[in-house]
Design a protein around this ligand. Structure first.
Ligand SMILES: Nc1nc2c(ncn2[C@@H]2O[C@H](COP(=O)(O)OP(=O)(O)OP(=O)(O)O)[C@@H](O)[C@H]2O)c(=O)[nH]1
Length: 439
């Protein structure tokens, strides 16, 4: 991975580093949130009898058949709920109800409640707890009985003063179901709009006075449910695991594009270098003044000719007559002009397979492939006549002498050149402006 990383582009490397950091960050966030949710992230809703809360008591006298008396006595911190049970009604009872100040509170996401209640007389440590809910679809505001009654019966009052009741212990009171016969969707506990919390005496209670010191009802829950938290975490991980490959793919695409651009540029540079090196190679094989081949060029031409195996081959050696006089009379510059013109005029007469080589000074050599000595002599004669008939700078009456020789089997190339040179020498001595052939 590290070698792959080091061979990637800076952008990809940066992305991988960011992805690793994000991964570590996500792991930390996940662990922190889950731990926080497990041990904290709590919220509490407390309902007390203080601060003008609506608190009321009720007893079985309201049925018209009982004589039980419920009393309520407020102090600064709490209130005393008394219930003097008289065994007259079939199921004597007292109820204490604390109304929620608003139009109802949503306790759906709460997990349990703490009843801050003590039972000084300790004669009836049991009680029932009710959460009265406005059930949309069942409850009619004008009918107080139609509010859904969620209750737990038989709760034992904890001597510590804090009785904990999980909310999943609650069920819908059977008498409420019998009375209103709710549809299935309205038959289960619903705590999304609790408007009142109640405690009441249990069904089987002994006659006599029972007192409960009530401080508050506390509901406990998490800011968000575990399901919501897990949903958010899963969404976060899905986002990461999809966003990262997309970002990576986009970066790869960009890198590919950059690479292609770089490759195209390199190809261009390469082509330019190839052209340049071809030009340099040409220059290395060419005489700069006349454009004819130099001796290096001749070597290459000979190698190519031998590879073609195209005998016979002839050499024509030529030299401008009295060239020194031209230099001496008209200057070196005119001499150069004459050399250039001499070279181009000969080239114009040659076939594409013939090669003109500047051998040195005003001496030129013509390499004639697939040419026997007779043909080469005829070519030399044609050149001689043409050059002698041409007009030259400063009206110089220019002529040239020629020596011709044909290459023999297994002969060294230097030897055939030497034989042609000898013939040139003969032509010079015979009076110049002529062709001499080695026969
Ligand atoms: N302008 C010019 N002159 C050159 C160049 N190379 C050689 N020469 C001259 O060519 C002359 C050759 O003279 P010679 O070898 O005496 O020959 P020639 O005068 O042609 O006499 P023959 O060959 O005997 O007819 C010399 O003066 C060289 O300096 C060149 O590149 N440019």
């Amino acid at each position: 991975m590290s070698s792959a990383l080091s061979s990637s582009s800076p952008l990809i490397r940066k992305l991988i580093v960011y992805a690793r950091l994000t991964l570590v960050l996500l792991i930390i966030i996940t662990v922190v949130l889950l731990t926080w949710h497990r041990f904290g992230m709590t919220r509490t809703y407390e309902l007390t009898g203080r601060e003008g809360a609506l608190v009321r008591v009720e007893d079985d006298r309201s049925t018209g058949k009982g004589a039980t008396v419920a009393t309520l006595e407020r102090t600064d911190k709490d209130f005393m709920f008394g219930c003097d049970i008289v065994q007259m009604f079939k199921w004597p009872y007292c109820t204490l109800a604390l109304s929620v100040p608003q139009m109802g509170v949503d306790l759906s996401d709460f997990s349990h409640m703490t009843l801050n209640i003590t039972h000084p007389s300790n004669s009836a440590p049991m009680m029932r707890v009710r959460l009265i809910n406005f059930d949309d679809g069942m409850t009619e505001v004008s009918n107080w009985r139609s509010f859904k009654v969620n209750e737990v019966v038989g709760i034992k009052v904890d001597p510590s003063g804090k009785t904990v009741v999980p909310l999943n212990w609650f069920g819908v009171a059977q008498w409420w179901k019998d009375s209103f016969k709710p549809a299935v969707e309205h038959s289960s506990v619903n705590l999304d709009r609790v408007i009142r919390m109640e405690i009441a005496t249990p069904t089987m209670i002994k006659p006599g006075l029972h007192t409960y010191r009530v401080k508050s009802f506390q509901m406990h829950g998490k800011w968000i449910s575990k399901t919501q938290l897990l949903g958010a975490l899963v969404a976060m991980w899905i986002l990461f695991s999809t966003a990262w490959p997309i970002a990576f793919a986009l970066a790869m695409r960009r890198e590919l594009k950059d690479n292609n651009t770089r490759l195209a540029l390199l190809a261009q540079i390469n082509r330019a270098l190839e052209l340049e090196s071809a030009e340099l190679a040409d220059q290395a094989h060419t005489d700069p003044l006349t454009g004819a081949l130099n001796r290096l060029g001749l070597r290459d031409a000979l190698m190519r000719t031998s590879m073609l195996l195209a005998p016979p081959m002839s050499i024509i050696f030529t030299d401008i007559d009295f060239f020194k006089n031209i230099n001496d009379t008209f200057g070196h510059q005119v001499g150069d002009d004459v050399l250039r013109l001499f070279s181009s005029r000969i080239t114009a007469q040659l076939r594409s397979t013939d090669k003109l080589v500047r051998w040195g000074g005003e001496e030129f050599l013509i390499l004639c492939e697939s040419t026997d000595v007779a043909l080469a002599t005829a070519l030399a004669e044609k050149l001689r006549a043409a050059l002698a008939g041409d007009s030259w700078p400063k009206a110089i009456p220019l002529t040239a002498s020629f020596g011709v020789a044909q290459h023999r089997d297994a002969e060294e190339i230097g030897d055939v050149i030497e034989r042609a040179d000898e013939q040139l020498y003969r032509a010079k001595h015979a009076g110049r402006n002529r062709v001499q052939t080695d026969v």
